[in-house]
Design a protein around this ligand. Structure first.
Ligand SMILES: [Mg+2]
Length: 322
């Protein structure tokens, strides 16, 4: 062990994706039973069993001044369920690990009230968990789900179209409203804040889309960060038209008030928790889910090329380490 560095002797974290790739080299990442491992929204640990984990940390993912304890509980589960949705899965059960900081029992009960509301809404039992003391509040939730057609991110094909559910940018607009009082009177401001605080995972849509999807993921970090992951996993080039992104007119107004190009604002904002799917063009009309086509899959070096207004800007979504 003499060649192992000690604490604080290395370089700062580069990016989440680069760090995950390096860490993955240090652990066994495949066994006979593991069907999909690191690199998708969730692991596939049996032909139909999907398993994911996600952590929400005070001061990083939420803030006491902008979210209630119940909001934090809701969102901590909802973001995990969104990863199940990306795998076309229905939830089975969740384990909850809580790090408590300086807070009190009442606020933890409020967190669990929000967590329970989300669990009841999406029919996910809380099967157990763990509580430990730490320097600040954090919730880490692991969810198991079942999927009969888990698509993963790895099989997008040249000729597919790229499509999304719902609308993009509302969560980012809501976060902007929370941080800038001058935006609060704009139309739709309250709805955007609500969407930021309490995202709704697209579980029903995921189940319907999965049999048609060559690749699927949820948009959690913004398309500018998420789509390169799908492109690399599928070894394809993606062409995405920022002018085609489905934006509510209220989001356009909030983005323009912030002097941002609406499409670029929505592609970099993150926390939409919509599904992004690569599928044959003919399936868009027959899959049973309202979709907006935002681009196409091409052969070529893996990457994403944005077109439309804002495509000349540096587009960078959320990175969990920077
Ligand atoms: Mg995800």
């Amino acid at each position: 062990m003499a060649d192992q560095p000690g604490w604080g002797e290395g370089a700062p974290h580069a990016s989440e994706d680069a760090l995950i790739a390096r860490l993955a080299e240090l652990v066994p990442t495949s066994t006979d039973g593991l069907l999909l491992g690191i690199g998708d929204d969730a692991a596939l640990i049996a032909p139909d069993l999907v398993w994911t984990v996600d952590t929400q940390v005070e001061g990083v993912h939420f803030d006491r001044t902008t979210s209630t304890p119940a909001d934090v509980g809701w969102k901590a589960l909802a973001v995990n369920l969104s990863d199940l949705a990306a795998m076309g899965a229905v939830p089975l059960a969740a384990l909850v690990s809580v790090i408590v900081g300086e807070g009190d029992d009442a606020e933890l009960e409020a967190i669990y009230t929000g967590l329970g509301a989300c669990a009841a809404r999406y029919d996910c039992a809380i099967a157990g968990g763990d509580i430990a003391r730490g320097p600040g509040l954090a919730l880490s939730i692991s969810v198991l789900g079942r999927s009969s057609h888990p698509p993963g991110r790895g099989h997008a094909r040249p000729g597919d179209v790229l499509a999304v559910t719902g609308t993009l940018g509302e969560s980012a607009a809501g976060l902007a409203v929370l941080h800038d009082a001058s935006l609060r009177d704009l139309p739709g401001a309250d709805e955007c804040v609500e969407r930021h605080r309490r995202p709704h995972p697209r579980l029903d849509e995921g189940v319907l889309l999965a049999p048609h999807a060559h690749a699927m993921m949820d948009s959690s970090d913004g398309l500018a960060t998420d789509l390169p992951r799908l492109a690399r996993r599928s070894d394809v080039a993606l062409v995405v038209d920022l002018d085609a992104l489905p934006l509510h007119e209220d989001v356009r107004l909030i983005a323009e008030t912030l002097r941002r190009t609406p499409g670029a604002f929505a592609a970099t904002g993150g926390e939409d928790y919509e599904l992004v799917v690569a599928l044959p063009a003919a399936a868009v009309a027959t899959c049973g889910v309202p979709l907006t086509v935002i681009g196409r899959v091409e052969a070529g070096p893996p990457g994403v090329r944005f077109t439309g207004a804002g495509a000349d800007e540096t587009l960078r979504g959320w990175d969990h380490l920077n």
